[in-house]
Design a protein around this ligand. Structure first.
Ligand code: HSE
Length: 402
């Protein structure tokens, strides 16, 4: 396919779709053009000629002259239908839909093998940061020991605005939305689910282990208050929502939650919509990737890079995944490799003591109650924090210490 002009069928013309359109128009080395764009809303004003648009997905999916389907819509269920149909029709697909990918990883992996097609998704994790292809190609061995990341641009933007610009949570979130960083349902960002989906993708590519989002502990920043920011500031710390996948022996510790980070941490200076990812190897030590993690052009450029990769027939080799699968055998689920029975020191800020029910507290380091703020610093069992994820707690804020 080298040198042939790639014809793109694009689904979605929102923040990322428009970003791709502009980035593609400025790209000189790539011989590709958008043939047709499928969108839902007939009444929305479009910034390019309506001639490009269709409202019927089969106008793209049944076409023989489309080389690549680029899926950039919001709804994960509709996206799955588009992507699986395209793959079954033998068309290569580029997507940035992390929720669809994380929810259906096993199926999508299988469809790639069965249909001999490529599904690539660099834009799904870390915005402009090229992490997935690096995990696949460069870190293609068993020496990776951990990957940690600040993976949600909106949360980092909100935290930075609260910490550095004294903005309220609501104002900072509104600004993240105006800038096109947040998901349409911003709950996915602030409650940590977008970070979780990205973490599942990283775990698959870093360690070859497919985990389902519901198996992994995630806590978000939705309940953070100015008091938590003041607490961190008084100790010279910042709060960052960090995702971790760490290999310990044969097992993996995987979770995402807010963390206090100190000035010595590379995450401390990753600000606003930037993402940062730390990859640690047994011999290479720590390496960092930092860059814009959300927004129209950064994500559009990651999508463009995937389209370009398809011109030289790129596909993920999933070598680690295939190896783990063959070691596990057909009957053993990868969840057996996940170890949630770990303890973690955390700061827990609460309103009413009853909110702590269900949290297994092993050792208390600090306990403070006043009219203004109640908190504990304690070692707790990670497993016992799951109910905060499941109950969508609206009050308790938990932040990992060290
Ligand atoms: N809502 C996501 C974020 C977009 O804020 O990081 C990029 O994946």
């Amino acid at each position: 396919m080298a040198n042939k002009k790639i014809s793109i069928g694009l689904f979605g013309f929102g923040v990322v779709g428009q970003g791709l359109y502009d980035v593609l128009n400025h790209s000189q080395g790539l011989s590709a053009s958008i043939n047709t764009i499928c969108v839902k809303d007939r009444n929305k004003k479009r910034k390019i000629d309506l001639f490009y648009f269709t409202y019927e997905k089969n106008d793209i999916l049944n076409r023989k002259d489309i080389d690549v389907v680029v899926e950039l819509i919001d709804n994960a269920q509709d996206a799955l239908e588009i992507v699986t149909t395209a793959m079954k029709n033998g068309i290569n697909v580029v997507t940035a839909n992390k929720k669809m990918l994380a929810d259906n990883f096993e199926l999508l992996f299988k469809l790639q093998q069965e249909n001999g097609v490529s599904l690539i998704y660099e834009g799904a994790v870390g915005g402009s940061i090229p992490i997935i292809r690096n995990l696949e190609e460069y870190y293609d061995n068993e020496l990776l020991s951990s990957i940690r990341g600040l993976l949600n641009g909106s949360c980092n933007y909100i935290l930075t605005c609260m910490e550095l610009n004294n903005m309220s949570f609501a104002d900072a979130l509104a600004k993240a939305q105006q800038n096109g960083f947040a998901e349409t349902d911003a709950w996915l960002d602030v409650a940590g689910f977008d970070t979780l989906n990205k973490l599942c993708l990283l775990t698959a590519h870093a360690f070859g282990v497919i985990l389902k989002p519901e198996q992994v502990l995630t806590l978000g920043i939705q309940n953070i208050s100015d008091d938590d920011i003041l607490y961190a500031r008084a100790k010279g710390l910042r709060i960052k929502l960090l995702a971790t996948a760490r290999k310990v022996g044969e097992k993996l510790h995987v979770f995402a939650m807010p963390h206090f980070v100190s000035k010595d941490s590379e995450f401390y200076n990753a600000l606003y919509e930037n993402n940062a990812i730390e990859v640690e190897g047994a011999f290479s030590d720590k390496q960092y990737f930092v860059g814009k993690g959300a927004g129209s052009y950064p994500t559009g450029s990651a999508v463009l890079s995937d389209i370009s990769a398809l011109t030289y027939k790129y596909r993920y080799g999933y070598r680690k995944l295939k190896k783990v699968k063959s070691q596990l055998g057909e009957n053993l689920n990868a969840v057996h490799l996940l170890d949630n029975s770990i303890n973690q020191k955390v700061y827990i800020r609460y309103k009413d003591k009853a909110e702590l029910n269900g949290i297994e507290i092993l050792e208390i380091d600090e306990s403070y109650e006043s009219k203004k703020i109640n908190y504990l610093v304690a070692t707790v069992s990670l497993k016992s924090l799951f109910h905060l994820k499941e109950s969508r707690s609206q009050t308790v804020f938990v932040c990992a210490v060290s």
